[in-house]
Design a protein around this ligand. Structure first.
Ligand SMILES: Nc1ncnc2c1ncn2[C@@H]1O[C@H](COP(=O)(O)OP(=O)(O)OP(=O)(O)O)[C@@H](O)[C@H]1O
Ligand SMILES: [Mg+2]
Length: 284
């Protein structure tokens, strides 16, 4: 990922946005609910992301991050609520949403016998990129991800981190305005993670709206201009990164304080506490 991003961006047709009046939200979600049987994965999630904003999504295992990103990518239908991504409605226009967003899943099956270049070309053709633009994008993105040398290697000859980079390249191949990245840093080495942060910051500066989930909270805070903390399907904190983190020692501390497991209730038949607690218990 060491190639100059500006050059690559210009080559793959990225348009930079600068100094203009704040445009409309690139992504808006209102009251999203998603249930899987009795499990509530999303319990009414609302937020928005402006062009140029990098929205960091934190949450424990099972908090609903992947479900939220899938709903926003048009891959999973919400039970209630609505969301508009790049001007398309995720419920009524999921096909358009899939064309307009760049989605990087947390787990990806790659076709082992395909080469890296074939894999990206395949996705470029899915997005109906004209052939010369597709070929240029494939070459530029392989260079951007630092895997040009693996261009003609079958995917089973790539390391896990290299596959991860290829998947990120895949999310960028059609130059989308909205990027939804589910734990893109997982499995990357420290240098690749630092380069990923640079790339994400640069994408934001170009005017892309980026939603990125991660368990590496210090790094997530570093790259995000706004942050949301999901806890049991609800957005328990959401706002400008600087404002949200002011007064706490960092995102990890804020996260731990907001997502503390509830205290165990006293077993039925036992008093709720000692005599000192009687006042509190009486208010229940
Ligand atoms: N296809 C599914 N069928 C049933 N339950 C599901 C399904 N997908 C997600 N869930 C449930 O929804 C909840 C949220 O899961 P989700 O994968 O969105 O969490 P997450 O925040 O991405 O977690 P992680 O950090 O482990 O990736 C969990 O309780 C999970 O068990
Ligand atoms: Mg997940």
């Amino acid at each position: 990922m060491s190639v100059s991003l500006g050059t690559v961006a210009a080559q793959v047709g990225v348009t930079e946005v600068g100094g203009e009046a704040a445009p409309e939200a690139a992504l808006r979600a209102e009251g999203l609910v998603k249930r899987f049987g009795a499990a509530v994965a999303l319990a009414g999630v609302s937020f928005e992301v402006a062009p140029g904003e990098v929205f960091g999504l934190a949450g424990a295992n099972g908090a609903g991050k992947t479900t939220l990103l899938k709903v926003l990518a048009g891959l999973c239908r919400p039970d209630q609520g609505w969301a508009e991504v790049a001007g398309a409605d995720v419920t009524t226009e999921p096909g358009r949403v899939r064309q307009l967003v760049g989605y990087m899943p947390d787990r990806f099956g790659v076709y082992d016998s395909m080469t890296a270049a074939e894999y990206l070309s395949f996705y470029a053709s899915c997005y109906r990129l004209p052939r010369p633009r597709a070929q240029r994008a494939v070459t530029d993105l392989l260079a951007l991800m630092g895997i040009s040398a693996k261009r003609d290697e079958p995917l089973n000859a790539l390391s896990q981190g290299m596959k991860q980079r290829l998947c990120l390249a895949r999310a960028l191949v059609h130059d989308p305005e909205v990027l939804l990245l589910d734990e893109p840093a997982a499995g990357l080495d420290p240098r690749a993670r630092a380069e990923l942060r640079e790339l994400i910051a640069a994408l934001g500066e170009m005017g892309k709206a980026v939603v990125i989930s991660s368990q590496i909270l210090a790094e997530l805070a570093e790259v995000s201009t706004s942050i949301g903390i999901l806890h049991e399907g609800a957005m328990v904190a959401y706002g400008n990164a600087e404002q949200l983190l002011a007064g706490s020692e960092g995102l990890e501390e804020l996260f731990l304080s907001l997502t503390e497991p509830e205290e165990q209730e006293a077993p039925i038949g036992e008093p709720a506490g000692t005599g000192e607690d009687e006042e509190g218990a009486a208010t229940k």
